[in-house]
Write a protein that binds this ligand. Structure first.
Ligand code: CMX
Ligand code: CO
Length: 145
């Protein structure tokens, strides 16, 4: 069951400048940063609020580390802006299978590694009314990441 907005993914050219905008303008704080080689991004997670399912909602600011990455290609075509939304679930495997059975293309056979040790998969934007949609199961709170 999808129980929260886990994050909104925002593509930017310069992560440091974009972080500076979000911290200075709104007062949000950087909760976590990492490089995800597989996804081809350098990213910052800004925690906005905790949620009633024990999770949280974040902004995920994304700078491509390769031009041929998903975010790099998207930025070249569209410029900066909202790249995807992510719904949180306790069971990404089960929800991806159930959504796939409804005819929506799930991009990965098995969930891959996302921010902070989470497990993620994506739904094709062409099957979701133009919205690239991610499903996320967070790592256990005490897990190494
Ligand atoms: N939102 C909405 N539509 C999108 C999109 C996006 N983010 N990215 C691509 N599209 C659309 C394109 O506009 C294009 O539409 P048209 O054919 O009408 O022009 C179509 O999808 C195909 O796009 P493309 O530029 O040819 O790109 P690809 O098919 O090579 O890749 C996708 C698209 C969704 C398969 C790829 O971006 C992907 O695998 N995404 C999942 C991984 C990802 O986004 N990782 C970065 C974030 C990591 C994280 O959140 O942790
Ligand atoms: Co994301």
């Amino acid at each position: 069951m999808l129980t929260r907005i886990d994050h909104i993914g925002i593509a930017c050219h310069n992560l440091d400048e974009t972080v500076d905008f979000y911290t200075t303008t709104y007062g949000f704080e950087v909760f976590h940063t990492e490089i995800n080689e597989e996804q081809g991004v350098r990213e910052a997670m800004l925690k906005i609020n905790e949620t009633s399912d024990g999770g949280a909602s974040y902004l995920q600011l994304l700078e491509p580390i390769r031009e041929d990455s998903a975010v790099g290609k998207w930025l070249a075509k569209n410029g900066e802006g909202v790249h995807h939304i992510a719904f949180g679930t306790a069971d990404v495997d089960g929800d991806a299978a159930a959504i796939g059975a409804k005819g929506v293309r799930v991009l990965y056979d098995e969930p891959r590694r996302g921010s902070m040790g989470s497990r993620i998969t994506f739904l094709h934007p062409k099957d979701c009314h133009g919205v690239l949609t991610e499903l996320v199961t967070s790592a256990a709170p005490d897990a190494e990441h």
